[in-house]
Design a protein around this ligand. Sequence first.
Ligand code: DGL
Length: 272
Amino acid sequence: MTAHSMKLGVFDSGLGGVMIAQAIRGALPDIDMVYLGDTLHVPYGTRSEQAIYMYTKACIEHLFAEQDCQLIIMACNTASASALRKLQQTYLPQAYPERRILGVVVPTIEYAIERGLKHIGLIGTNYTVHSNVYEEELRKINPAIEILQVNTPLLVPLIEHGGMAWMESVLDHYILPLKEKGIEALILSCTHYSFLKDIIRERYGMDVIAQDEIVPAKLVEYLKRHPEIDRKIRRGSKDAFFVTDLTENYAEKTSEFYGMPVNLKVIEVSYG
Ligand code: DGL
């Protein structure tokens, strides 16, 4: 590949990641970007490590091989918690040693540490919370930081399937106990939860760490530190949005998350 001929990939288990893609578009308006949501297998958050790895690897391989991505942002917390390290350590060095995959866990932790937070709350999918990856990564840097994690499995289905009328009572159930414990900030560790950041800020008066507000700036910093990666990505302001399964609801939701109409195309990914 020649300089400036490749793309930035954004991967998510489903469609929540388009909020990260939109925020990246705001920070890097000229970059060529490809989004892939594995809607055929969403949700990942209730699946096994083996299944998440198999689906994630297949989608990442598609973004590298078929879409010429130089760098992929793994916007999905569940995939970042489960599959990212193995992909970076085993698959990438063999298959694409010149390309990179960045997750969302480390940038979020770096941000919390930069802010000097010591007593943090986190809400996430079943897999992300039970993997304990946030606590492990935080403790590596500062063992004194305390993180209280709550598994919040009802939030994604409510967001995806028109359940906003019930959202406040479900959020109360999950978040009020964290508020009572006096957390300094709440990490929203799931792509979809950026959709809830304003409700949570207003309803609980909480300091909320939303990944669509962190990841783009961290990506810009990364590209500055890695000009060898940056110069391979084309600047043509092009977007393409791919999913592995398409329904009317997906199309509507994506446009709602992205804040403007999005043309979703279905592609076939080989999960073999
Ligand atoms: N994208 C997932 C995440 O960020 C949430 C949806 C799912 O469970 O697949 O963890």
